[in-house]
Ligand binder design. Structure first.
Ligand code: PLP
Length: 280
């Protein structure tokens, strides 16, 4: 089976699965999600993703329909049903099924949906171009909610300009990208925006910080500006499915690519970490 879907315990070929019109994810995007690669039927950084989903759900006051161990077991069961090649596992939890009304519905249980699809890992030796855009998202970017419209618009704009990502900023302060975190290296130090409500605290970001600690690269979690970005020695973009990409052009100007040694060391650390954790 190429791609598999799951909805509240029912499995089927992904493109044949349907959800009820009254699932609050359908008309409100009222839910949270996670996504991570799988390799050899191992879910990468499973605990970190499940813990973040619990945090996101709790901030939205969505009750988990099952306990944490049962959720992990359900995710692992899903992965066991498909080929052991490279895949991406996506799962989301919506507040429940009810007629449309803004307040939380009573007497419904959260709906769990999962999808697993084949995935080709990116070639990390291919460097990428980005654009900068004003960040027009809301002030709850730390919650991994289904409400992604500004991110989708930003990503589409980047794509139309032949770019890999949109680097978002609020009045000149860099936040993150449409679906990744962004970091810079300057004078041998890593600078990354603080994990406040303006960014999603990425699991790949945590792995990058772990790499810095292991390699003796000092890391600062502090706000930085577009000006600093344009003068950075390296611009690094991270996410669970893209690992670590190197941006070498921003808004059509050459940028970064001035500290290849530290970039290579960080890339090698995060990729090796993935291979190690997903080998059998
Ligand atoms: N920031 C945003 C807005 C995202 O959507 C994502 C991933 O979906 C990330 C950052 C990266 O998070 P992670 O490293 O956990 O995949």
């Amino acid at each position: 089976m190429e791609a598999l879907g799951y909805y509240n315990g029912a499995y089927g070929p992904l493109d044949e699965m349907t959800v009820p019109m009254t699932d609050r994810a359908v008309y409100y995007g009222d839910g949270v999600y996670e996504a991570t690669p799988t390799r050899n039927k191992v879910i990468y950084a499973l605990d970190a993703h499940v813990n973040r989903m619990l945090r996101s759900a709790s901030l939205l006051r969505i009750d988990m329909p099952m306990d944490t161990e049962a959720l992990k077991a359900e995710l692992k069961r899903m992965v066991a049903l498909v080929d052991g090649g490279d895949n991406v596992l996506y799962w989301q939890l919506s507040r429940g099924t009810a007629r449309r009304a803004h307040p939380f519905p009573e007497g419904t249980k959260a709906n769990l949906m999962m999808m697993i699809t084949p995935y080709r890992f990116p070639d990390l030796t291919q460097y990428v171009k980005c654009i900068t855009l004003e960040d027009t998202r809301f002030l709850h970017c730390n919650i991994k909610t289904l409400n992604l419209i500004p991110s989708i618009m930003a990503m589409q704009t980047a794509k139309e300009q032949g770019c890999y990502e949109a680097i978002l900023h609020r009045g000149g302060r860099v936040t993150e990208c449409s679906k990744s975190n962004v970091h810079i290296l300057k004078d041998g130090r890593l600078i990354t925006a603080p994990a406040d409500n303006l960014i999603l605290s990425g699991i790949a970001r945590a792995h990058l910080l772990e790499a810095c600690a292991a390699l003796g690269i000092p890391a600062e979690e502090r706000p930085y500006t577009v000006k600093e970005l344009m003068r950075a020695d390296e611009i690094l973009i991270t996410s669970s499915t893209s690992f670590l990409r190197r941006a070498v052009s921003v808004d059509g100007q050459d940028a970064g690519a001035k500290d290849p040694e530290n970039f290579e060391a960080l890339k090698s650390y995060v990729w090796t970490r993935f291979l190690r954790e997903t080998s059998v």
